[in-house]
Write a protein that binds this ligand. Structure first.
Ligand SMILES: Nc1ncnc2c1ncn2[C@@H]1O[C@H](COP(=O)(O)OP(=O)(O)O)[C@@H](O)[C@H]1O
Ligand SMILES: [Mg+2]
Length: 273
């Protein structure tokens, strides 16, 4: 049987977040570098925001991976919604302090002040919180107060919605914050994203099948959103795998078919019939 190049290509577009899968794109790399620079500045908090699927979790995971060699860094992908649980987890992970029963903000602050005496800003523990829009307003306010002590530093990601834009205005636009916005890819960035992702996995044949004609259609369907693009391409390669096994003469191996892109878009719900 013919090799399953389409099957391999499909799995590249699974919606997973691993630092090793990070794709360098001009704008993405510039923004990532400014995020890394911000971490080294005496800022108390760094806010990473953008619509779902723009790569926030990917940035945070990559940052964790890159910083973990030289700094004390802690990543929380899933929000710890219970306030006491949140402080207990941090006390345990950062300071190796095990606490029984409830732990409130005041007690936690005391633990922080007792245990973190190092004044060297390079040794500050860096806490990465993904999906921070899920934390309560009270907990967010306490996280802000914690940062004011300059004994810990937070990098948080926030989904951008109309409502949260207001929050961003009130809370986050002071000098203690650096805010970095992630956006969807442009059509040419989308082409780079797709081709680089495939080439990283040695799928050179499928990478070369993406001409601008197909990219423009994919861009039209996904607006350059990385998650929607992953979903679309996963399904597209699923369709290609099926044809490859059942009706191989039907597929043109030099170009991606726009008909099949549309079929994939129907399957994933990006267009309605
Ligand atoms: N720079 C990038 N390199 C490789 N994959 C990326 C990149 N940015 C986003 N992705 C992929 O796009 C998908 C959505 O990204 P994610 O970080 O989960 O978005 P968000 O957290 O903003 O909703 C993920 O599956 C991720 O693998
Ligand atoms: Mg995310």
């Amino acid at each position: 049987m013919r090799s399953s190049i389409f099957d391999n290509s499909k799995d590249i577009f699974l919606d997973t977040v691993n630092a090793k899968d990070f794709v360098q794109l001009d704008r993405v790399s510039t923004i990532y570098q400014s995020l890394k620079d911000s971490v080294n500045k005496p800022l108390k908090m760094i806010l990473l925001y953008g619509k779902p699927g723009t790569g926030k979790s990917m940035f945070l995971t990559k940052l964790y991976h890159d910083l973990s060699q030289s700094k004390k860094v802690y990543l929380y992908n899933t929000p710890i919604l219970d306030e006491s649980e949140f402080y207990k987890t941090l006390a345990h992970d950062l300071l190796d302090v095990k606490y029984r029963g409830e732990l409130n903000y005041t007690q936690f602050m005391k633990i922080i002040n007792e245990h973190i005496v190092d004044e060297n800003p390079d040794n500050i523990p860096i806490i990465l919180l993904d999906e921070a829009q899920l934390y309560s307003a009270t907990l967010m306010e306490n996280i802000r107060l914690l940062s004011d002590t300059r004994k810990v530093k937070f990098v948080i990601t926030l989904h951008k919605t109309e409502k949260e834009d207001l929050i961003a205005k009130e809370h986050f636009q002071t000098r203690i914050w650096e805010s970095i916005e992630l956006e969807n890819a442009s059509a040419s960035e989308l082409k780079m994203y797709i081709q680089k992702k495939l080439m990283k996995a040695n799928c050179f044949d499928s990478a070369s099948m993406f001409q601008m004609k197909s990219i423009n259609l994919i861009y039209k369907l996904t607006s350059g959103n990385y998650r929607d693009t992953n979903k679309l391409l996963y399904t597209l390669f699923e369709i290609y795998t099926w044809y490859n096994e059942n009706n191989p003469i039907k597929i043109n191996r030099s170009n991606i078919s726009n008909k099949l892109i549309e079929m994939a878009a129907l399957h994933t719900g990006l267009i309605n019939d």
